[in-house]
Design a binder for this molecule. Structure first.
Ligand SMILES: *Cc1c(COP(=O)(O)O)cnc(C)c1O
Length: 388
C-alpha cells in the first residue's frame, strides 16, 4: 500500500538521536534550545518554545493569551479536532467560521460577517485559531486586520505549514498572528515522532509559554516572591509537563536541515499531480497567489457529476494498492461537539467539501514510480487510459 503520508528518516537523523542518547541530557537540554533557535531564525521570529505536541502548543497558547472560562474562541471546522479542543481545555466556548470553498481555509468574508453579528450581541471571540489547511497559508492579512478592528488575538495553527510562505515571508514570521504553532507528528512536514512548537515575537508571551510547559515553575528571581536559596524555584501558576525531550529535539534539528528540500519535493509532487490529473473529473487544490504552500496534503474533490462517489474512489484506489485518507471530518459534527449543540448544516461549505474530498499520497519520500502508480490508478478508476 502506498500511504497518504510517511516520515523520511535518514542515517543523519539516526546518528543525531544516538548522539543524544550518549550525552548528559536526555530532556530539555542543549538540543531543545538549539532546535528552538533554528526554527526561530528560519521564521524570522524572536521566540520559539518547543513542546511535546502541537496539541499542547495550542493549549498553552490559549492559556498564555488569557483564554479562560466564559471566553469564546473561533476556529475552522475543516481542521483536526485539536484546533478547537485547545479552547475547550481552557474552559472556553468554541464556535466555528465556515471555510472558503476555493482554498478550504477559514473564509475571511464569513469571519467578518460573524464578527459583526457577535458585536451586535455583545459576545466577541477572545481569540481566533486560524488554520493553514494542507500547508496553504490562510488569508492571514485579512484575519489580522479584523483582529485589530474587533480586538481578538490570533493563534495560527500552522501544523501543516512549516516551510510554507505567505506574501513572501515564512509562515511563523510573527507579522500576522500573536502565536504560530507547528506540529512535528510523523505525517507532518518534519518530525520529532511527537512534538510541536509555538513561535511569537512577544517576550512575555514566550516566558508564559515556557512556564506553562514546565508545571508553572519559574527560576527567574525577578518573578519569584520569596525564594532566595540557590536551589529554590517557585511555582507561580498552574502548568503542565509539556516538554519536548532532547532526543526528539535532536531528531527535529536533523530533520530541519532538510526542511526546504522536503517542501521542494512536495511541491514537485503537487505540480505533477496538477499536470497529470487535470483531465479527470476532480477538483485539484486551488492555490492563492499570496500563498506558497508546503503541501502537507494534496486534497482532491470527487464531484458528483463524475458519476463516482468519494467512497467508490476510496475503495477502488485501495484495491489498487493506494491508501488515500480524508481531511477533515468537520469538527462540529464530532459527537463531542454535537453534544454541545452543533448540527449538520451549521457550516455547509466545510460539510460539502468533506463529502467530496480525498487526500492523495503526498510525502517527500514518494518517488516518481510510486506517484506514477497513484496517477495510473486514478485514471483507471475513472475509466480513462492507464497512461500517466
Ligand atoms: C496534526 C495537527 C494538530 C495536532 O498536532 P499534534 O502534534 O499531533 O498534537 C493540530 N492541528 C492540525 C491542523 C493538525 O493537522
Amino acid at each position: 500500500m502506498i500511504p497518504y503520508a510517511r516520515q523520511s528518516i535518514d542515517e543523519d537523523d539516526i546518528a543525531a538521536v544516538a548522539a543524544v542518547l550518549r550525552s548528559d541530557f536526555l530532556t530539555q537540554g542543549p538540543s531543545v534550545a538549539h532546535f528552538e533557535e533554528l526554527v526561530a531564525r528560519y521564521c524570522g521570529v524572536e521566540h520559539a518554545v518547543a513542546v511535546n505536541s502541537a496539541t499542547s502548543a495550542l493549549h498553552i497558547s490559549c492559556l498564555a493569551l488569557g483564554v479562560g472560562p466564559g471566553d469564546l474562541v473561533w476556529t475552522s471546522p475543516n481542521s483536526f479536532v485539536a484546533s478547537a479542543n485547545c479552547a475547550r481545555c481552557c474552559g472556553a466556548d468554541v464556535d466555528f467560521v465556515d471555510i472558503d470553498p476555493g482554498t478550504y481555509n477559514m473564509s475571511v468574508g464569513e469571519l467578518h460577517r460573524k464578527l459583526e453579528g457577535a458585536r451586535a450581541t455583545g459576545r466577541l471571540p477572545k481569540a481566533v485559531v486560524v488554520v493553514d489547511f494542507a500547508g496553504q497559508p490562510a488569508d492571514l492579512a485579512g484575519v489580522a486586520l479584523l483582529a485589530q478592528e474587533f480586538g481578538f488575538r490570533v493563534i495560527e495553527d500552522a501544523s501543516h505549514a512549516i516551510g510554507a510562505a505567505y506574501r513572501g515571508r515564512p509562515v511563523g514570521c510573527g507579522a500576522y498572528a500573536d502565536i504560530t504553532v507547528f506540529s512535528f507528528h510523523p505525517v507532518k512536514i518534519i518530525t520529532t515522532a511527537e512534538g510541536g512548537m509555538a513561535v511569537c515575537n512577544d517576550a512575555s508571551l514566550a516566558q508564559r509559554l515556557q512556564r506553562l510547559r514546565t508545571n508553572g515553575i519559574t527560576r527567574d528571581p525577578a518573578l519569584m516572591e520569596t525564594a532566595h536559596e540557590p536551589w529554590e524555584y517557585e511555582q507561580i501558576e498552574l502548568g503542565f509537563n509539556y516538554r519536548l525531550t532532547d532526543v526528539q529535539a535532536a531528531l527535529g534539528a536533523a530533520q530541519f536541515s532538510r526542511l526546504d528540500e522536503f517542501v521542494e519535493r512536495r511541491r514537485e509532487i503537487a505540480a505533477r499531480y496538477d499536470r497529470e490529473l487535470s483531465d479527470l473529473p476532480l477538483v485539484l487544490p486551488f492555490q492563492h497567489e499570496d500563498a506558497r504552500s508546503s503541501y502537507h496534503l494534496y486534497p482532491v474533490r470527487v464531484r458528483p457529476e463524475s458519476g463516482l462517489t468519494r467512497r467508490g474512489v476510496y475503495d477502488a484506489l485501495r484495491a489498487r494498492g493506494v491508501a488515500p485518507n480524508v481531511h477533515y471530518i468537520p469538527i462540529h459534527t464530532q459527537p463531542y461537539y454535537r453534544r454541545l449543540g452543533f448540527r449538520d448544516g451549521d457550516f455547509p461549505h466545510a460539510e460539502t467539501y468533506y463529502r467530496e474530498t480525498l487526500s492523495l499520497p503526498m510525502y517527500a519520500g514518494l518517488d516518481a514510480e510510486r506517484q506514477g502508480h497513484v496517477i495510473a490508478a486514478l485514471h483507471a478508476v475513472f475509466g480513462g487510459s492507464n497512461k500517466p
